[in-house]
Design a protein around this ligand. Structure first.
Ligand SMILES: [Zn+2]
Length: 186
């Protein structure tokens, strides 16, 4: 497996509607390990499969953003929000939009279900920041990005940054900076 790499907006991989994982095999295990490494290296709180060009429902989270705090580390397969309550607006960013932070309204409390790498079904209730991270990452596996969830003011405030991302992406593509196997999968 070639080393995974985080893709940035507007890479089409970010719009992938991922398939549920049917078998937790070596490919899934390896991807999860590499995604954790990338998440810590880039100081993110979460990372989802489409952000590394993969098309199955896998994400990694560490609410503390700290590799030393393994108790906050989650590898989630086929995750879903089964209940959402309340609403709260707060600052949000994304590893595929470096430097862009905007207010996004999310449910305050969510109940999520997922499978661990060991194939064990789990359910978790989270509030505030952890709930926000779960909603953001689960959106990713359905091809939904935080810019889609922004209100009109945040959207307006992001306009320039998004245009810059598009210009940068076009320049990188021209230079052939995206590995061909990633391009093929789109
Ligand atoms: Zn993100």
């Amino acid at each position: 497996m070639t080393p995974l790499k985080i893709v940035e907006y507007p890479h089409p991989a970010l719009r992938t509607k991922c398939k549920p994982v049917a078998t937790i095999d070596a490919a899934v295990q390896t991807a999860a390990g590499q995604m954790l490494e990338l998440m810590y290296k880039h100081e993110g709180l979460g990372l989802a499969a489409p952000q590394v060009g993969l098309d199955f429902q896998l994400l990694v989270i560490n609410f503390a953003g700290d590799p030393e705090q393994k108790e906050h580390e989650v590898v989630a397969i086929n995750p879903m929000v089964v209940e959402a309550k309340g609403a709260v607006k707060d600052r949000e960013g994304c590893l595929s939009f470096p430097g862009l932070y905007q207010d996004v309204r999310r449910a305050k409390t969510v109940t999520v279900q997922y499978y661990t790498l060991a194939g064990e079904a789990k359910q978790m209730i989270c509030n505030d920041l952890p709930a926000r991270v779960w909603q953001h990452e689960i959106d990713h596996v359905h091809g939904i990005l935080f810019i889609d969830k922004m209100g009109p003011v945040a959207r307006m405030g992001s306009k320039k940054a998004l245009e810059d991302f598009v210009a940068e992406f076009d320049a990188k593509k021209k230079k052939g900076e995206y590995p061909p196997d990633l391009e093929k999968r789109l």
